[in-house]
Design a binder for this molecule. Structure first.
Ligand SMILES: [Zn+2]
Length: 154
């Protein structure tokens, strides 16, 4: 069998900065998060389901939604995983130190789940149904990074 050569192609040190619009409802969500540290959901006028993040149309009954409601800031873990295999964080371009927790959180008053990091300082407490609260960043940028992670309370 012929000896095989591995070819490695590198992207070099190129950066690809990008920007994207979060929409009218997303802008309201992040503005409230930035200025008041409040989570905003939106309530369907027909079936009363509360969505976080806010969206314009109910996924259940297709009604247009305009009623913003405060939810959280506490909630419970709907499901989670603990990542032990390192990969590149798309938000930073750096390898995120492992292990870390990531989960879907049902904020109090919401019917949908909100994705974010979960502290695993005490991994034995990280369970489905565990009560959590957000830990905010010192900086108020109006992005999802204003929340550092959620931690188990009790
Ligand atoms: Zn609905």
């Amino acid at each position: 069998m012929a000896e095989m050569e591995h070819i490695v192609i590198e992207s070099g040190e190129k950066e690809q900065p990008f920007h994207y619009a979060v929409g009218m409802y997303g802008s309201k969500f992040f503005k409230e998060l930035k200025e008041r540290r409040v989570f905003l959901g939106i309530k369907c006028p027909t079936c009363k389901k509360v969505y976080v993040h806010p969206r314009k149309v109910c996924g259940e009954c297709y009604a247009e939604m305009t009623e913003f409601v405060e939810v959280g800031p506490k909630g419970k873990i709907g499901t989670f995983t603990i990542l032990r295999y390192a990969f590149i964080d798309p938000e930073t371009g750096e390898q995120k130190p492992v292990p870390y927790g990531y989960g879907f959180i049902q904020l109090d008053g919401a019917d949908t789940l909100f994705q974010h990091y979960i502290s695993i300082d005490d991994e034995s407490k990280v369970k489905i149904g565990a009560r959590v609260e957000p830990v905010f960043s010192e900086e108020h940028k109006g992005t999802i990074k204003d929340i550092l992670y959620f931690r188990v309370v009790d």
